[in-house]
Write a protein that binds this ligand. Structure first.
Ligand SMILES: Nc1ncnc2c1ncn2[C@@H]1O[C@H](COP(=O)(O)OP(=O)(O)OP(=O)(O)O)[C@@H](O)[C@H]1O
Length: 217
């Protein structure tokens, strides 16, 4: 379960999350929906520990993470697919997928890689290719693979369908759909729900850093 309670976060002295509360039940897929600039990425970065809390709390599966460094959150089994992909260009596809696994020594590298390639077999052919040689869409797949590799409890997918061609968007939806019933707790941010409404158990709306309303999809 992901639990954010009355979270307040500022970027350059501007409060971008203003008492935001979110509960993603264990094993569920929840959509975080809001316009550009509403605060979706800030929610994701707060869960990952990239933005410090001014107030409120963040917990995953009952562990209070407020103040925990990002690597501890990754080690807990939180996989993050940032909106801008965040790959290391000079590293290969496989090296990028393995990066967060270095801070999670309890996970077996080979086992996690086979799991990832089982879900995304199209990456096998490009595993030795440097990330800088990939198209934007291929980079999205690698960013998803990296999140899947380490994300044994939680997946945070920040606008996974944004700016990708329809065929890839379909493929990404398929992969996310496959995760249903796997026990993973998934938060997917989107500015519209065209691609994923049918995948979601619930939607949470964010507007100017605060809750608007929540509806069951
Ligand atoms: N690096 C930054 N410097 C200053 N302000 C920022 C920075 N990053 C985000 N903000 C501000 O924080 C607020 C929330 O931004 P955030 O990126 O979380 O929104 P978002 O819902 O993810 O938007 P988008 O859909 O456009 O990615 C916005 O008002 C934005 O201007």
């Amino acid at each position: 379960m992901i639990a954010l309670q009355d979270v307040r976060v500022a970027i350059q002295n501007v409060e971008v999350l203003r008492g935001f509360t979110l509960h993603v039940p264990s094993g569920k897929l929840v959509g975080l929906v809001g316009r550009n600039g509403a605060g979706k990425t800030s929610v994701m970065r707060t869960i990952m520990g990239h933005l410090p809390l001014l107030g409120g709390s963040v917990a995953v599966d009952g562990t209070n993470l407020s103040g925990a460094p990002p690597h501890r959150r990754v080690a807990l089994g939180i996989g993050y697919m940032p909106e801008d992909r965040g790959l290391v260009p000079e590293l290969t596809v496989e090296e990028n997928i393995c990066l967060p696994l270095w801070v999670a020594p309890q996970l077996q590298l080979h086992q996690r890689l086979s799991f990832v390639y089982g879900i995304l077999p199209e990456l096998l052919d490009m595993r030795e290719r440097k990330a800088l040689l990939l198209s934007g869409g291929q980079q999205k797949l690698v960013a998803l693979a990296r999140a899947l590799g380490v994300g044994t409890r939680v997946l945070l997918l920040d606008e996974p369908f944004e700016g990708v061609a329809p065929a890839l968007s379909q493929r990404l939806s398929e992969v996310v759909g496959q995760l249903r019933g796997s026990g993973l707790t998934v938060l997917i941010s989107q500015s519209d729900l065209n691609h994923s409404r049918s995948l979601l158990d619930q939607e949470v709306v964010i507007e100017r850093g605060a809750n608007v309303s929540a509806a069951v999809a």
